[in-house]
Design a protein around this ligand. Structure first.
Ligand code: HEM
Length: 236
């Protein structure tokens, strides 16, 4: 293939595609066969690097939606929620790929990881840092409307935007929770449940972290609604 004068961008690579996407730099970010302790290092690296990229995009979208919320514009914030959810979702399926590694082969890959641990994932740590801000903005908007959470749920049709925001937050929480649960099973399947990770954290501790929720109030409100419905039945 020849690249004509229609290629106009500066940079490494033969075509504007390669220069814009920076494919040369990107594809150099994985070790080559000459450096592998095991060939599954490529599989392991691709899964982690792609997850980091999706989480980078998730952080950017959450940050932008926080800006919209701070400007009292939940409508535009909500427009970004499907993107945020897809970013988290796109970190789920690659976990299936990791289960293609045999536990013994993973032990060979593990030798190359040093003290590398998911606790130090920049993607997860930045997502974890920005998500709680969504709750602060949501409760601020709720208070501005003079509503309690229960009132919002009982009158959701009247307060459609705030209600959709509440459900969007719950959806983020659920997908993060599902990722942790799925990741835990992958860990158990790869290295077992009664051992420690690369930084010495027992896998059992990881299992306990699974139950973490960003927005417990949005889960508890379901119980409150059920109890409220029961109390209403008693009155009728
Ligand atoms: C074979 C695959 C994997 C194994 C065996 C594994 C193992 C572990 C272990 C043992 C821990 C506990 C901390 C430690 O001691 O390191 C952990 C935590 C973690 N891992 Fe993985 N992991 C795998 C894949 C992934 C992938 C693909 C990601 C995505 C970026 C990831 C992200 C994380 C995160 C964010 C934590 C902290 C969890 C939390 O704070 O709730 N891991 N992993």
């Amino acid at each position: 293939m020849s690249y004509g004068p229609d290629q106009i961008l500066e940079g490494e690579g033969n075509s504007d595609y390669e220069r814009y996407i920076r494919t040369s730099e990107l594809l150099r970010l994985q070790k080559g066969p000459e450096e592998w302790v095991h060939r599954d290092e490529l599989l392991f690296t691709v899964v982690h690097q792609t997850s980091e990229l999706w989480l980078k995009l998730a952080t950017s979208e959450i940050s932008k939606s926080l800006e919209y919320l701070a400007a009292n514009n939940p409508k535009m914030a909500l427009r970004l929620f499907p993107r945020i959810l897809l970013c988290i979702e796109y970190c789920h399926e690659p976990l299936d790929m990791l289960e293609q590694m045999s536990p013994w082969d993973y032990q060979q890959v593990r030798r190359a990881l040093g003290h590398g641990s998911g606790f130090d994932s920049p993607g997860f740590n930045s997502v974890r840092k920005v998500i709680p801000g969504l709750w602060d903005e949501f409760t601020r908007l709720l208070e501005a409307e003079g509503l309690t959470l229960l009132e919002l749920f009982l009158n959701h049709e009247e307060h459609d935007e705030l209600y959709r925001l509440a459900e969007g937050l719950l959806e983020i929480d659920e997908r993060m929770y599902l990722w942790r649960t799925r990741h835990f099973k992958v860990v158990e399947r790869s290295i077992g449940a009664k051992v420690s990770g690369t930084q010495g954290t027992p896998v059992e501790v990881l299992g306990r972290l699974n139950s973490f929720l960003f927005f417990p109030e949005l889960w508890e409100i379901r119980t409150t609604i059920t109890n409220y419905a029961i109390s209403q039945e008693g009155e009728n």
